[in-house]
Design a protein around this ligand. Structure first.
Ligand code: P5A
Length: 451
């Protein structure tokens, strides 16, 4: 993409409404624009990162054997009246009536809708196990929408639902989700710690939230610092293996880590004092096992091998896809702007032309641009007639992890400069070597072209 042809409305001033750094940088980098309280338009740069995160979530869900689909944002109230949650959900639910006076709502979650789909089409244990998921906009009329996409009213969520014959099978699905979530967050450059939590309006008493530690997080958390040493890494996992998934769950959840809702001071005090931490975190996902809560209410039964009918065992599992942009920025920025992890960066690298209009510099930039594009990478080429300082400030603000700087002086010696956004370190390389290095950096990350 050439910056002269892109739509990147960066702001020079700090927007006064933004209280936390991620919100400030998302507005300043021209990623989002508020359209109403807690409701945002996703401008091209923000949309690109949103889609990268969404792609990682899809890839990891499908890798775990979960099946993608799409349900609508608007739902009929009937199913919610059947489950009893129409009244329970209270003012967080946006209620609408259509021209015929029928009660509708903008879905805050989809347990009822998916259970209805299941009961219409599945009646036998032979069709189990089954996990369906979608990534769709949700609406919760939060009393205090704030911090930009972090606590929105309209927000983008991955929500998955498992259907199993027995509690044991459903717990395997739960563990499978935990593993797939660990992998997803790590690909986004995040450490998200599973912590025992509360079921809230979704229900069930077996649930973990995934928290990214950050001072600006809305949740108070209590944990044994040993949990921050754990990483999933690139280990191979067989998602069908009950033992392997259970093993990962035990490894990642056996140490004390709880949100304030389930915090137990006596248990916490058993953690050696020097490892006890009280901190704040951003909830980027939550998994639930709630058994037959919805299947009983909606009559979603399956026939077992013995011919007997019983309500299907279920759980639901959510990732806050739009919230993740804020969480990643909270975890990865400096005073100049965002620092995108390679896995989610909107463009793989920036190209800064120090002397636009200089025939040699222009040609060198064009050839770098072509070489990177030819190997499937997406550069953002700042081809504007601007001073170098302004170009650097924009690149630093929007946070591309790598920048190639091209100027007549370097070209005389056959070199360009490759700079890491994270370390600030630069090295002089031939243009070919710079391309090669970027190719190597991204060899371990998803590289496909974004939107
Ligand atoms: C699990 C999937 C559920 O709704 N039903 C379907 C279950 N869980 S949840 O914890 O309530 O939400 C899942 C994740 O969505 C994100 N989230 C939000 N993101 C932005 N703004 C909001 N107002 C908001 N509310 C929830 C969180 O990341 C949460 O973990």
């Amino acid at each position: 993409m050439r910056l002269s042809r892109y739509f990147l409305p960066v702001l020079k001033e700090n927007p006064s409404e933004a209280q936390i750094v991620s919100h400030r940088y998302m507005l300043r980098a021209g990623m989002i624009k508020q359209s109403a309280a807690g409701i945002y338009s996703w401008l091209p740069l923000g949309f690109k990162v949103l889609k990268k995160i969404e792609t990682i979530v899809h890839e990891e869900q499908m890798r775990a054997g979960h099946i993608p689909m799409l349900m609508p944002t608007l739902q009929s109230a009937d199913l919610w009246k059947e489950s009893g949650r129409y009244d329970d959900y209270g003012q967080e639910m946006l209620r609408i009536s259509d021209r015929h006076g029928r009660d509708m709502l903008y879905g805050p979650t989809n347990e009822e809708l998916i259970t209805d789909i299941f009961r219409s089409h599945v009646g036998s244990y032979k069709d189990l196990p089954l996990t369906l998921y979608h990534i769709q906009w949700k609406f919760r009329d939060e009393i205090r929408p704030r911090f930009g996409v972090m606590r929105g009213r309209e927000f983008y969520m991955k929500d998955g639902y498992n259907f199993d014959l027995t509690k044991e099978d459903a717990l395997h699905a739960y563990n499978r989700h935990l593993v797939s979530y660990l992998r997803s967050y790590e690909r986004m450059g995040l450490q998200a710690i599973p912590m025992r939590a509360d079921g809230g309006p979704i229900g069930g008493d077996y649930t973990h939230e995934f928290l990214v530690l950050a001072d600006t997080g809305e949740s108070e958390v209590f944990y044994d610092s040993a949990v921050t040493d754990l990483t999933f890494g690139d280990r191979a996992i067989d998602y069908d293996s009950v033992e392997q998934c259970q093993g990962v769950l035990e490894e990642f959840t056996s140490k004390y880590a709880r949100t304030d809702e389930t915090h137990d001071e006596a248990l916490f005090n058993e953690v050696p004092e020097e490892r006890r931490r009280v901190a704040r975190g951003i909830e980027v996902g939550q998994i639930f096992y709630f058994g037959t809560k919805y299947s009983e209410a909606l009559g979603a039964n399956v026939q077992g091998p013995d011919g007997k009918q019983s309500p299907v065992h279920m759980g639901s599992h959510g990732i806050g896809v739009s919230r993740l942009l804020g969480a990643i920025i909270e975890a990865s920025h400096d005073d100049k702007g965002i620092i995108w992890p390679e896995g989610v960066t909107p463009f793989h690298c920036g190209i800064v032309n120090l002397k636009q209009g200089d025939a040699e510099a222009d040609a060198a930039c064009e050839s770098l641009y072509d070489a990177l594009t030819a190997v499937g990478l997406e550069p953002l080429y700042d081809d504007r007639k601007e001073r170098a300082g302004g170009k650097f400030a924009t690149m630093d603000l929007i946070g591309l992890p790598w920048r190639i700087t091209v100027g007549p002086r370097g070209l005389k010696n056959g070199v360009v400069e490759l700079t890491s956004r994270r370390s600030g370190e630069s090295e002089e390389l031939s243009p070919e070597a710079a391309v090669q290095k970027i190719v190597e950096i991204y060899a371990n990350h998803q590289t496909g072209r974004g939107f």
